[in-house]
Design a protein around this ligand. Structure first.
Ligand SMILES: [Zn+2]
Ligand SMILES: [Zn+2]
Length: 255
């Protein structure tokens, strides 16, 4: 059994709880410690249970609470070496760090976690494939385009947690200045709903049971549009699509 909840996702903070009952960890900690504890309480957990914090990349919406959480929980931060040299001071002293290397699996308790590189304008950016008890979860956020290596990494997953950041038309006609629009839609920016659908089409297989859409833009997306674009990929009801939210954790998903 793996339990998973996206505690919150969007440009104002990202964190995801993953547990197999024995070992529990967070992917990203982009909220302050108190906020994360409150969100964990909503799914009947607490920061005390966190055994590790795994960092996708160095942007504030993914790391802002990582130092506090790691210190309070006595948990190490798993991070790519290039992000560590940038973040070490910010995450603070008295935090234990562990390095990961793309495509080299590492263990958190009985979880096997394989990082893979993602195209994004960070010092280094990674997604993860998380395996335990024969189940496989793909986690991919902040991705510029449907990179074939990302698609290859996300094959054969039972659950996909994947960015669906913006609608191309809403971004183009929305409030963001042209420079920011170009950054978001560029090859080191974020996935549009259509690009997410392209990845989903490429990795779809009969055991895929759940897709959780994350990092939806409040300004440049519409949750219903994101949902419908992903839903249209699948010609069967056995794939459940869940929308994450910025303000609230998703209900606990049991895999
Ligand atoms: Zn980012
Ligand atoms: Zn982000």
């Amino acid at each position: 059994m793996i339990e998973l909840s996206v505690l919150g996702s969007g440009s104002r903070g990202n964190a995801t709880w993953i547990s197999n009952g024995t070992d529990s960890f967070l992917i990203d900690a982009g909220f302050c410690g108190r906020e994360l504890d409150e969100r964990l309480a909503k799914i009947d957990h607490s920061l005390k249970e966190v055994r590790a914090v795994v960092i996708t990349h160095d942007h504030g919406d993914h790391v802002n609470g990582a130092g506090v959480v790691a210190r309070n929980a006595g948990a190490p931060v798993w991070i790519h070496a290039r992000n560590l040299s940038k973040l070490k001071k910010r995450l603070g002293k008295r935090v234990a760090f562990e390095h990961f290397t793309p495509l080299m699996p590492f263990a958190i308790g009985s979880f096997a976690i394989t990082p893979f590189e993602t195209p994004h304008d960070a010092v280094h950016s990674a997604g993860f494939v998380i395996e335990s008890e024969g189940k496989r979860i793909g986690y991919a956020t902040d991705i510029g385009y449907p990179d074939p290596s990302v698609i290859a990494a996300l094959k054969e997953c039972d659950v996909l947690v994947i960015e669906s950041n913006h609608d191309e038309e809403k971004l183009r006609t929305g409030p963001y200045p042209p420079v920011l629009q170009a950054r978001i839609s560029g090859d080191e920016g974020h996935l549009s709903n259509n690009q997410t659908a392209e990845i989903l089409r490429a990795v779809d297989h009969e055991s895929l049971q759940t897709v959780i859409l994350i990092h939806l833009s409040a300004e440049n997306n519409d949750p219903e549009l994101a949902y419908r674009t992903a839903e249209a990929v699948f010609n069967r009801d056995s794939v459940e699509i869940i929308l994450s939210m910025q303000e609230e954790p998703t209900a606990r998903l049991i895999v």
